[in-house]
Structure formats: structure tokens, C-alpha cells
Design a protein. Structure first.
Length: 67
């Protein structure tokens, strides 16, 4: 996670997301210990051949800051 944060900052990004299912307790603990905040949202996944797109819908009013 630290490496991903450093790469994001180096590219001028201010937001980094990690999608984890609610029932995956171990992964949730890992991303939260890396400084992520858990929010309930919805991820829609579309796969066509070898291409994959994700759309993340978050609650309104979320502040984007890469700490």
C-alpha cells in the first residue's frame, strides 16, 4: 500500500481507492491499517474480452485526500 501511495503522489494524484467486499475482514483490516477509510459504496464491473472497466459510486460529500 505504501508503494501505491508513493506512486500515486508522484503522478500528482490525490485519491487512491481500494475495493474490498464487506465480508472480507482480513483485507478490510489491511487497507484500514494502511490509512484507508471504509465507506459503503457500489462497484460495477464490466468485462469485454481482456478489457475490464470499474465504476465506483461513493456517497456524496466524500473528501478526496491522499494522506
Amino acid at each position: 500500500m505504501d508503494s501505491a501511495k508513493k506512486r500515486a503522489r508522484a503522478r500528482g494524484l490525490s485519491t487512491l481507492y481500494a475495493a474490498v467486499t464487506k465480508d472480507n475482514v482480513i483485507s478490510r483490516r489491511a487497507v484500514e491499517s494502511a490509512g484507508f477509510t471504509a465507506v459503503v459504496g457500489r462497484v460495477t464491473l464490466l468485462r469485454v474480452g481482456k478489457r475490464e472497466w470499474k465504476r465506483v459510486l461513493r456517497p456524496s460529500g466524500m473528501v478526496d485526500v491522499l494522506a
